[in-house]
Design a protein around this ligand. Structure first.
Ligand code: IPE
Ligand code: IPE
Ligand code: MG
Length: 231
């Protein structure tokens, strides 16, 4: 395939509905969703995608019932520990980005350990956005930017966002039929191609990701120029 996206980002949505359809608790949807994460990572590695990022938990998701939040956080910790050998085997650099102020010390420890251990891997960069929101990111960046401005040492604004050094997403996928950004990468998605699918996240596996990539590959990105200019 030509025109592969360098950075694919996914708003993994529909776990709750997937579970409800089966008469199960929401957490079963999240557990099954973790299998989709594994499958999508595998395909990304196979296809030589450079960056795969996943919206796992938004700032607003802290407003969910306590037991669901606890379930999600322990699933996160469990997944990190379980997947670490796969990260090493597949040369995956693992990162977690977001507002850490509400995360437990223990989870932060697990995250940092996994990030340090995989920091020198040179294959796929896998980014999990946890306790992240676009407005949070822009706000924290603006605060630090203003401080550096006062000192006269401010650099590029982009470099203050928590995604510093990561190329903007080429393709954003949102599952479950919702067509909104839900406070995700507001700055970074300025020229991202959007792909919406009705498939619920736990059903989104390799064939579905392949279809999304194929659709992306057929699009013409113009970045404000005319079609003639970019040919
Ligand atoms: C996405 O699935 C996972 C998170 C937001 C944590 P949801 O839990 O939002 O599932 P629905 O949208 O209720 O079906
Ligand atoms: C967006 O899903 C956040 C994540 C997938 C982590 P939500 O389910 O929280 O979004 P809304 O509330 O439907 O917009
Ligand atoms: Mg949802």
């Amino acid at each position: 395939m030509e025109n592969l996206p360098k950075h694919i980002t996914i708003i993994m949505d529909g776990n709750g509905r997937w579970a409800k359809q089966r008469g199960k608790e929401r957490i079963y949807g999240h557990i099954e969703g973790a299998e989709s994460v594994r499958a999508c990572c595998e395909l990304a590695v196979e296809m030589g995608i450079e960056y795969l990022s996943l919206y796992a938990f938004s700032t607003e998701n802290w407003n969910r019932p306590k037991d669901e939040i606890m379930g999600l956080m322990s699933l996160m910790a469990k997944s990190i520990l379980e997947e670490k050998p796969t990260f090493q085997k597949n040369n995956i650099r693992f990162m977690v980005l977001g507002d850490r102020s509400q995360l437990s010390e223990e989870l932060i420890g697990d995250i940092d350990k996994a990030m340090e251990e995989t920091a020198s891997n040179t294959g796929l960069t896998l980014i999990v956005f946890l306790s992240y929101s676009g407005k949070w990111d822009i706000r924290q960046a603006a605060t630090r930017y203003a401080e550096d401005m006062k000192k006269g040492v401010a650099g590029e604004f982009e470099d203050y966002l928590c995604t510093k050094g990561i190329p903007d997403p080429d393709l954003l996928i949102r599952t479950s039929g919702e067509q909104r950004i839900s406070n995700f990468l507001l700055w970074q998605c300025a020229y991202t191609e959007f792909y919406f699918t009705d498939t619920l996240w736990p059903d989104f596996r390799k064939p579905q990701l392949r279809s999304a990539i194929k659709t992306y590959a057929s699009r013409e990105r113009r970045f404000g120029k005319t079609s003639e200019q970019i040919k």
